[in-house]
Design a protein around this ligand. Structure first.
Ligand SMILES: [Zn+2]
Length: 496
């Protein structure tokens, strides 16, 4: 048998000013195109990713692996048509050349210049080439599920964790079901539905309520064999698209009544708890003042308004300015995205004193915010290539790359500055730059929940900072024009 395996992953924040060309899917690659073929198999084998699970399943079946594209870009604005067409064409071309099954590792919240539903359009194009082909799709927990995805996939399974630590297992779950279907052992049918809820990602931690019970119910249903796969998707709220929202996707074996019942049960649980999915924002100055009173180290300060893996620019400086202004010291901060400052530090050299206009290079017109740099003075402490291997439970084994980077020591803080956008979720982000995170009093990072995968085990305290940016948890900063209305909590008094 010949299996086509691919990853095309992007979470699109439609309010983000960061463009998403093909090169964003090929960071660190000199040819500017995403990984493919043997290179991709070699790089992804043994990693905690759905694609790695697909590779293992295909090899176990003795199938020939064709891997036309393994692409992932950090969340940002709309994916360019050129990038989408190139990646979709590569997959369709491989399918056209003879293929017994397709296994896709997708995000589920990709928006392109021309398509609100990137994944739905990709699947639709594959279906046009091969109308009856079995297609397995692994999706991120932050999927905004769509009719086109459900109609064109054979099997769908989503991550059941946030932070996403079950990504390999997710690939196994949908991959195994598809193999069963190929062997004629099951007849997968997708049942799905949604509720009009814009849940806050900061209330989507899967290990605690309101989500824990809902996820446990889905996991138990799948483990008990009542359905083939059961997934719940929290949705990605920073997308002004018609199919945004909270959903459940169940894969039934031929008969769908139990799946319909389960889908309704999961979604009713979520709807009944809708108020618990709202996040109350604490004013930034109050959070910093509170952090100052804490004594045990390290104290992790989490700027959630400018979170890279939700489409943040990673260069908004207001949380850093506030922490510095309040006199916090013994801090590690970063990474801050500012290629210009990295170049200035590299040109000055290790040991040189420099004054930088740090960060704040990016305007955010969708939320009416101008970039505002922060003047900092210090010594260039270290220069790195920005690469390190992930050891935490999320993306374990992957090589992360935030480009040429440098550390500025201001006396009050060691600030890591990078030239490619990458969230801090593995301790390697600081350790590769010679900063030991456990030895610092404060670690100021830009994240939402993914940092928990690496940082929570060492954190004595976690303080959320409501910085400004395009990933703010305050929905009033965003002008939604295409999402379905009414939707909770924008229309608080709505009824179903
Ligand atoms: Zn996600």
């Amino acid at each position: 048998m010949r299996f086509v395996l691919s990853a095309i992953k992007h979470e699109t924040n439609t309010f983000s000013p960061i463009p998403t060309p093909l090169a964003s899917f090929a960071i660190g690659r000199p040819d500017g195109v995403p990984m493919a073929g043997h290179d991709a198999v070699k790089a992804l084998r043994g990693t905690n990713t759905p694609l790695s699970a697909f590779i293992d399943l295909a090899e176990k079946e003795g199938a020939e692996i064709v891997l036309p594209v393994a692409a992932e870009a950090a969340p940002s604005g709309l994916v360019s048509d050129e990038a989408f067409d190139k990646m979709a064409d590569d997959v369709c071309e491989a399918v056209r050349k003879d293929c017994d099954a397709v296994f896709l590792d997708l995000h589920g919240a990709m928006v392109t210049e021309s398509y609100d539903d990137g994944e739905g359009e990709l699947l639709h194009r594959i279906r046009k080439v091969a109308p009856d082909l079995p297609i397995a799709v692994a999706l991120d927990f932050h999927t905004n599920m769509s009719p086109a995805m459900a109609a064109n996939a054979t099997v769908i399974a989503g991550y059941l964790t946030y932070p996403h630590v079950d990504t390999y297992e997710c690939g196994m779950r949908c991959g195994r079901t598809l193999l069963q279907a190929l062997k004629g052992q099951v007849k997968p049918k997708i049942v799905w539905d949604k509720r009009p809820m814009l849940t806050h990602t900061l209330r989507q931690l899967t290990s605690v309520q309101p989500l824990k019970d809902i996820l446990d119910r889905a996991i138990a249903a799948e483990a008990g064999g009542n359905v083939l796969n059961a997934s719940v998707f929290g949705g990605f709220p920073l997308a002004d698209i018609p199919h945004v929202g909270f959903s459940a996707v169940i894969v039934a074996d031929d008969h769908t009544s139990a799946a319909e019942q389960l889908s309704n049960e999961l979604l009713d649980m979520a709807w009944d708890r809708r108020a618990d999915f709202e996040f109350d924002t604490e004013p930034l100055a109050d959070s910093i003042a509170r952090a100052k009173t804490l004594d045990e180290r390290p104290i992790v300060l989490v700027d959630h308004g400018d979170n890279v893996f939700s489409g943040g620019t990673q260069d908004v400086m207001d949380t850093v300015a506030e922490a510095v202004g309040h006199g916090l010291s013994d801090m590690a901060i970063g990474p801050i995205w500012d290629p210009k400052s990295v170049t200035e530090m590299i040109e000055a050299g290790v040991g040189a004193e420099v004054t930088l206009q740090l960060g704040g290079k990016t305007d955010m017109p969708a939320i009416g915010l101008k970039g505002k740099p922060l003047k900092v003075h210090g010594t260039v402490h270290r220069i790195t290539d920005g690469r390190y291997k992930v050891t935490c439970p999320m993306d374990t084994g992957m090589i992360l790359n935030h480009g040429r980077s440098a550390v500025l020591d201001t006396g009050q803080a060691e600030i890591l500055v990078c030239s490619e956008r990458m969230e801090a979720y593995d301790l390697g982000v600081f350790r590769h730059a010679g900063i030991e995170p456990t030895a610092k009093r404060y670690l100021l990072i830009k994240s939402r929940h993914h940092f928990r995968a690496g940082f929570e085990p060492i954190a004595k305290h976690i303080v959320y900072l409501a910085g400004s940016g395009v990933t703010s948890s305050d929905y009033s900063h965003f002008q939604f024009t295409k999402i379905p209305r009414p939707i909770y909590p924008l229309d608080r008094d709505m009824r179903l």
